[in-house]
Design a protein around this ligand. Sequence first.
Ligand code: PMP
Length: 324
Amino acid sequence: MSESVTAQSAKSKGASKYDLLNSTVFFNGRFQKYAETKIGLLTHALHYGTAVFEGIRAYWNEDHKQLYVLHSRPHYERLRASGKILLMDLQWSTDELVDVTLELLRMNNIREDAYIRPILYKSSEEIGVRLHGLSCSFAIIVVPLGPYVDVDSGISCCISSWTRIDDNMMPARAKITGVYVNSALAKTEAIQNGYDEAILLTMDGHVSEGTGENIFIVRDGEFITPPVSDNILEGITRKSVKILVRDELGATVIERPIDRTELYIADEVFLCGTAAQISPVTSIDKRLVGDGKVGPLTKKLQDLYFSAVKGYNLKYKDWIVSVY
Ligand code: PMP
């Protein structure tokens, strides 16, 4: 059910006409062709995982004939914060980066749902594990992208046998490429064991997050999500969900540690993230969540979320920026 985003799959997901190699990217301050962008074999980030990145979504609204980029500023601000943790400076202001993103989407004539991938990486071509005294490079790539995980029928999850990395080992709060080995181990284990997605626990056994999503549970009408100190990425969708739950559903959001077995008895569970959007979880470790169907509050939240991100709800117009 889940799909990955690769150079090949960018062509295959309802995006048959998108020619990635011939697409335009932003690389170190210039617009150039993807195929003409070369990265050296000894690039530090390739060997040591020393890069930080983002995933930003753009939604095509056929009624408005408009492409809306979602939360571009918070994503670039988080990229800057991730870079700071790895001693890398983003040379461009957030306004400049948003402008470049809009320009790239226009240059590639993107008129469908899309994904924007900015990456800031240690580009020195030399041997030696460290963070200091290295040059860095920056790129933005755009690709068409449909659903990443199922958002309609609900997904099955397992608790991973892999533990979420701890802040004092590798900070989950920064979106660091190397950190995603932890997610990749968990994701592949889940898929190979017949599940759609993995949920990782912290070292002390509390629920942390999915491999590329934050998690919420609903118990007795209250929405509960792990605190930022439980080794999660401080999700931008998580923040939007909190706003929608409070302002639109009039329900309470509680941030507190969640036990593993609370997942088994929750009324509803969902994952959320830029790529995953709001993805209902209908079973965990072979136990049905609620009655095993998409929960009513999750469904309401999904409707509210999609209406906001696709530009239908003007109350949330500051979440999006128009491309055309
Ligand atoms: N956790 C992880 C590990 C992620 O990779 C993501 C996706 N960026 C999220 C949570 C959700 O974050 P956001 O809502 O900002 O996309």
